[in-house]
Design a binder for this molecule. Structure first.
Ligand SMILES: Nc1nc2c(c(=O)[nH]1)N[C@H]1C(S)=C(S)[C@@H](COP(=O)(O)OP(=O)(O)OC[C@H]3O[C@@H](n4cnc5c(=O)[nH]c(N)nc54)[C@H](O)[C@@H]3O)O[C@H]1N2
Ligand SMILES: Nc1nc2c(c(=O)[nH]1)N[C@H]1C(S)=C(S)[C@@H](COP(=O)(O)OP(=O)(O)OC[C@H]3O[C@@H](n4cnc5c(=O)[nH]c(N)nc54)[C@H](O)[C@@H]3O)O[C@H]1N2
Ligand code: SF4
Ligand SMILES: [Mo]
Length: 706
């Protein structure tokens, strides 16, 4: 424990350090501690979930207060001065570049970073290091939805409407999202929708807390969303639920989508998804007959080898029913991380420049190079996606030094054994993190940084609303901000003049660099954000009101029409067989957040969910001789994990579910399959084949979680 910092800005406001709801809060000092209290705001409306309520405990959680350094690979981490650590980092960068050129250094970012940090990190890779090797954890998260949104609508704005529109929708389909646990404060909008007589349909292999609220639960087989979406479209065509006028006026390509769906007659869909035909018909009619409807996808369909196709399948359905580009209608993706939206707009993505510009487009390169004051020819080209970047680590002619800022790779990336092997093959691993994450513990250099309310910055929430977090406390002595850190390293590389450590300066530069781009922030100022309680992008000029509903008049494609796509349901990458007879899917629980680096350090949250577990149906468990609370071993083609069994009646008999918030032997990603979507390059976190074994009595004691 470290002492609570004094509050240096009692009237300032911030937003939660966790999910994309970005609930508004303040800090108050009480009995020598800091406490969170909700703040009026149009999105969270005074709501917080238990993660938000307990967030101030992060200030007193154990964390490194000096850089840590390893003198040799096999030596322990020891405290070091910043001078020493930064010199070490810069020497390591120089050695990697001397041996392998600019691309021998890699950078890995994250969606927890503010817009300013994400922007600075992308610029640092391209201008500070000249490397093409940069990507971020959004590749594990929003990449499929982003690609689908871009293809269908010409724009990737997670929700193309404000949360306040949700209660107006007569019907809502949530496919593979569990907001009751993952965006708990969003539930008030679903409650309001229900109170107005609205219908909710949830497609999920588990009867989640969200599914329990629904009129209709489609308990599909993991990996079968494309079949489900095609099946619903098929019924919509058959039963004349289409909005022909909308299709004619505002879309292109319907015949190809209809042809693909024609092959998905209901009893075939029932066989592929396990969802009874009468429920399929009911779902199609609920959506088609409603005057207004929304279709929202979460990571369930998106984190699949065919995640883009799945999302496009649901988009096809929304378009065919005329439920897009109109009030209280639309397809949207439920963005996950705090800055999952802004983090995917400003250039920490392998192929991207600020303002959602394209790194391969000469005009986009020239526009951004002019703002940066560099020759466009010096900007590297697009690099590999996250998993492919990790594969290059320590490979011949690959990446020799990696800087990680905002991802706990060892817990969050698929196929942990492979990731560990790749990270160990690097000459130098540098991790900048507020806490000693599992990945930081493996690093050669750990750089302790400030986080959340210790610094100012903007984030963009799940609606595309740009928000401001004030600096409310000073970071502990001994830590730098991420921006200071990048500036210091750049300085030592002789590139210091390109970087500022001041978040406000960086935002001003981001405004200019995004001007004229797709995600145009040029008209957004910190003052406007405060005065207007957030500003929706695109917002090209200071006088522009911002864009809460971008598709009302036209879609963002060149011809203004949304595009249908032919969607196929591929065979599973890993169908269950005799050796691995069950399906594994992974996800989240309410009290823990992502890799758990933060929430496992908050006592109340750790107490709520102290260790890794597997959800298994009671009947399936009985067949395997497993009782409630037993330690069981899960085995896949990649590895094995030790997990506490939780027997439930809410999951399919053929499926088990493991949340991924823990390291050590309970790490879900020891099991997952790193097969990638061909377009989004998202890994298939949501489906693989698994075997479950009861562990011998001697292994039933103790805990599995590091
Ligand atoms: N408490 C908490 N909240 C969080 C987070 C957290 O870690 N903890 N993380 C944040 C982040 S980064 C994200 S991305 C979001 C994620 O938010 P969600 O997408 O809501 O979360 P997940 O639990 O990953 O997956 C959602 C559901 O998909 C289901 N599912 C699994 N396989 C399939 C399938 O093949 N098809 C369908 N239709 N469904 C399937 C799972 O059973 C699960 O209930 O949550 C954010 N909020
Ligand atoms: N099996 C399985 N694996 C998954 C998923 C799944 O559903 N199943 N979901 C995937 C998804 S959607 C996501 S988003 C990822 C999330 O997993 P991670 O990418 O690991 O994300 P977090 O745990 O939120 O945070 C990563 C690190 O960033 C640090 N951090 C927080 N704020 C800052 C900051 O301001 N600066 C710096 N430098 N560091 C900071 C935290 O302390 C933490 O160590 O996991 C993915 N992995
Ligand atoms: S819903 Fe998300 S943003 Fe709101 S308090 Fe909970 S974790 Fe924080
Ligand atoms: Mo995520």
């Amino acid at each position: 424990m470290i002492a609570a910092p004094p509050l240096c800005n009692p009237t300032g406001g911030t937003h939660c350090p966790y999910c994309a709801m970005q609930c508004a809060m303040r800090l108050v000092a009480k009995d020598g501690r800091l406490e969170v209290t909700p703040r009026d705001f149009p999105t969270s409306q005074g709501g917080l979930c238990r993660k938000g309520w307990t967030a101030a405990d992060l200030f007193t959680a154990d964390r490194p207060l000096t850089p840590l350094l390893r003198d040799r690979r096999d030596a322990p981490l020891r405290p070091a001065t910043w001078e020493e650590a930064l010199d070490h980092v810069v020497r390591g960068i120089g050695a990697a570049q001397a041996a392998g050129g600019a691309d021998a250094v890699g950078v890995f970012g994250g969606g927890a970073l503010t817009n300013e940090k994400a922007y600075a990190l992308g610029k640092f890779a391209r201008v500070g290091l000249g490397t093409c090797n940069i990507d971020y954890n959004g590749r594990f998260c929003m990449a499929s939805a982003a690609a689908a949104g871009n293809r269908a609508f010409g724009l990737d704005r997670g929700l193309p409407f404000p949360l306040q529109d949700i209660p107006e929708a007569e019907a809502i389909l949530i496919a593979g999202g569990n907001p009751a646990e993952t965006l708990p404060v969003l539930l008030q909008y679903l409650e309001a929708q229900r109170q107005r007589g609205g219908q909710l349909i949830v497609a999920d292999p588990r009867r989640t807390a969200t599914a329990a609220m629904a009129t209709l639960h489609l308990q599909l087989t993991p990996g079968s969303d494309a079949a489900l979406a095609n099946g619903l479209l098929h019924i919509a065509v058959r039963d004349r639920l289409l909005d022909e006028d909308f299709i004619a006026a505002r879309t292109t390509g319907f015949p190809t989508a209809r042809r693909a769906a024609a092959a998905w007659w209901p009893d075939r869909v029932e066989r592929a998804t396990g969802v009874p035909e009468r429920q399929l018909v009911q779902a199609a009619h609920l959506l088609g007959e409603a005057a207004t409807a929304m279709i929202l996808t979460g990571r369930g369909p998106e984190q699949q080898r065919h995640g883009v196709a799945n999302a496009l399948g649901y988009i096809n359905l929304a378009l065919a029913l005329g439920k897009a580009g109109r009030q209280a209608c639309g397809w949207g993706t439920l963005t996950g991380q705090g800055n999952g939206q802004g983090g995917r707009e400003h250039g920490q993505k392998a192929d991207q420049l600020p303002g959602y510009r394209n790194l391969a487009d000469p005009a986009h390169r020239a526009a951004v190079a002019a703002i940066w004051g560099v020759d466009p020819a010096t900007l590297p080209g697009p690099g590999p996606s996250a998993c492919e970047l990790l594969d290059r680590c320590g490979a011949p002619d690959g990446i020799r030094a990696l800087l990680v800022q905002g991802c706990n790779l060892l817990v969050a990336a698929p196929n942990t054994n492979r990731v560990r092997e790749r990270l160990a093959a690097l000459d130098m691993l540098v991790v900048a993190d507020p806490f000693l994450s599992e990945t930081a513990a493996l690093a050669d250099v750990v750089l302790p940084v400030a986080h959340w309310a210790e610094e100012a910055g903007t984030i963009t929430n799940l609606e595309g609303r740009v928000l401001l977090r004030d600096r409310l406390v000073a970071p502990p002595p001994g830590v730098l901000t991420d921006l200071e850190l990048l500036q210091e390293i750049a300085e030592r590389l002789g590139r210091g003049k390109f970087f500022s450590a001041d978040a406000r300066d960086v935002f001003e530069e981001l405004r200019r660099a995004s001007a004229g781009g797709i995600a145009d922030y040029a008209g957004i100022t910190w003052e406007r954000i405060v005065a207007e309680q957030g500003v929706f992008w695109p917002c090209p000029t200071p006088g522009h009101p911002g864009t809460p509903r971008p598709f009302q008049e036209r879609f963002a494609t060149p011809d203004g029409r949304a595009r249908f796509h032919a969607v196929e349901q591929p065979l599973s990458a890993e169908p269950p067989d005799q050796e691995y007879p069950l399906l594994l899917t992974t996800g989240r629980v309410l009290a823990q957040y992502n890799s758990g680096t933060q929430t496992r350090r908050v006592q109340a949250l750790l107490a709520a969910d102290p260790e890794a577990f597997v959800e298994i149906h009671g009947e399936t468990a009985r067949g395997l001789g497993i009782a409630e609370g037993n330690m069981v071993r899960l085995v896949t083609r990649r590895g094995a994990a030790a997990l506490r069994a939780r027997l439930v009646r809410t999951i399919r008999l053929d499926t088990v579910f493991v949340p991924f918030h823990w390291g050590g032997l309970g790490n879900a990603n020891l099991l997952t399959n790193a097969v990638l979507d061909p377009v989004s390059r998202i890994p298939e976190f949501k489906t693989c084949a698994v075997r479950v074994e009861c562990m011998p009595p001697a292994s039933q004691q103790g805990s599995n979680s590091a």
